[in-house]
Design a protein around this ligand. Sequence first.
Ligand SMILES: O=C(O)c1ccccc1N[C@@H]1O[C@H](COP(=O)(O)O)[C@@H](O)[C@H]1O
Length: 245
Amino acid sequence: MSEQPILELLPAVDIAGGQAVRLVQGEAGSETGYGDPLEAALSWQNAGAEWLHLVDLDAAFDRGSNVDIVQRIAKELNIKVELSGGIRDDASLDRALEFGATRVNLGTAALENPEWTKQAIARHGDKIAVGMDVRGTTLSGHGWTKDGGDLWDVLARLEDAGCARYVVTDVTKDGTLRGPNVELLREIATKTSKPIVASGGISSLEDLRVLRELVPEGIEGAIMGKALYSGQFTLQEALDVAGRR
Ligand SMILES: O=C(O)c1ccccc1N[C@@H]1O[C@H](COP(=O)(O)O)[C@@H](O)[C@H]1O
């Protein structure tokens, strides 16, 4: 009998103003604070996380940077770190990789700077993922404040560039605990053979069970934010459901 495949789980630490926060639908000003981001990151590591999804929100919103905290977290953790927010040129990309990020997510740059993105993918291979932050089928950049093109057009371009992985966030679901956009994830999975990390809306262990069922279709992992911070389930429970423990 074949075993059910495992779903990767990535607890998220999003940083704004030096604090760990969760936003609702990425709206600036909708933050709930969760204290010291290093403590949050260490708590997920201590609870058994194998990955951390780490976001510098101020850099994503073009309004500042939490680079010192990001560096400290990336250096202190001994689990894999996926780093997002403000990685838009060689300097920020090289710095993120020097910090020890296992991979980085490109958002705005992948929408606005296709040539640089292609070169970054060619240089760094699967250390680069692209964050497809989407409302309907329109991609969004600059902290989800500016439309950045059609999902299917951009996906086709990134496929041509050899992008290794997509992190797909339904912006309208993010931070709402309304469940992931399974239809969208499955549709994207029909158009790429590359792994997809699901983000946005996860609210229950049942959501994780559903996503685990989709691993054979190309859904590799799931990012969890609000659900963990608001205690809908524990990371240990999530890891059990994902097949990690
Ligand atoms: O993660 C969030 O909640 C979030 C909210 C609003 C904007 C961006 C957000 N996160 C991630 O930031 C990067 C994009 O950064 P950039 O455009 O490359 O500077 C992307 O991974 C988003 O998912």
